[in-house]
Design a protein around this ligand. Structure first.
Ligand SMILES: C[S@@+](CC[C@H](N)C(=O)[O-])C[C@H]1O[C@@H](n2cnc3c(N)ncnc32)[C@H](O)[C@@H]1O
Length: 243
């Protein structure tokens, strides 16, 4: 009989960055609707930037778009002409498609890894947006991704992200503790097991950066201007604009 003991010892791959969203989209909708991650403020900021910086018809690539609940609203009354939503979750993309059901914006949805976006979107792209998804990448992948974004952006194009940030020299574990404390203190509409699931997800897969590192990554990728525009009330996430 074959000796399978070695194979059986292999740990299953850790739950990857999108699996939780494929199975639990209602949970994430709850988080958005209750504004636990400050989607309202972050996406209002995004909307305001689009109004002031993109006063002409523009293309918008929404990478790891999720259900596009917030991004579709941030595009209302802007000059957005073309939208491409990319995500690994088919469930999320089906919901995203519904969000654009009545929209005059020409919208496409592609199921793929955000690291492949440059093979999917047609350059030049005017705006690239990533909300709460880049942090699953390690430092080198973040750097690679940012260089690719710079390559596909049009002259004068914008790259905006809303991503986790370390404060006061904390390490990853301390960041996760801060996140856990926020969830336990205030995310009251989530069931106990839902809170645990989202906390576990952050402990397993979130890799924040300091604001300075996010800015350095962008500068190293060739962006001339890099600004931190908004930080949420827990100081867990910041919105950056790179140009
Ligand atoms: C926290 S949600 C954010 C959704 C939306 N961008 C927002 O701001 O509300 C993370 C999304 O990223 C997607 N995702 C995670 N890793 C991904 C990857 N490598 N490529 C594409 N999508 C990914 C998940 O499926 C999920 O829809």
């Amino acid at each position: 009989m074959a000796d399978n003991s070695k194979a059986l010892q292999i740990e299953p791959a850790p739950e990857n960055s999108y699996e939780i969203f494929r199975r639990n989209w209602d949970l994430f909708r709850n988080i958005i609707k209750n504004n636990y991650m400050s989607h309202a403020e972050a996406y209002t900021k995004l909307h305001n930037v689009l109004i002031t910086d993109m006063p002409r018809p523009f293309t918008f690539a929404d990478l790891a778009c999720g259900d596009a609940y917030s991004s579709s609203r941030s595009l209302l009354d802007t000059e957005a002409a073309k939208y491409v939503g990319i995500d690994l979750s088919e469930t999320a993309l089906d919901l995203a498609r519904e969000e654009f059901g009545d929209s005059h914006i020409d919208a496409d949805f592609v199921i793929t890894d955000l690291l492949n976006f440059h093979g999917v979107v047609e350059p030049p792209v005017d705006v690239v947006w990533v909300g709460l998804s880049l942090h699953h990448l390690g430092f080198e992948d973040k750097a690679f991704f940012m260089r690719k974004v710079k390559e596909v952006l049009a002259d004068g194009g914008l790259f905006l992200i809303y991503e986790p940030v370390y404060i006061n020299g904390e390490n990853r574990l301390q960041y996760c503790e801060r996140f856990k404390n926020a969830v336990l203190a205030e995310w009251h509409t989530l069931e106990r097991d839902e809170k645990q699931m989202i906390i576990d997800h952050v402990y397993e897969s979130e890799i924040p950066e300091t604001p300075e590192t996010w800015i350095k990554l962008a500068k190293d990728a060739g962006f001339e201007s890099a600004r931190q525009l908004f930080t949420d009330r827990y100081k867990l996430w910041s919105l950056f604009k790179f140009k």
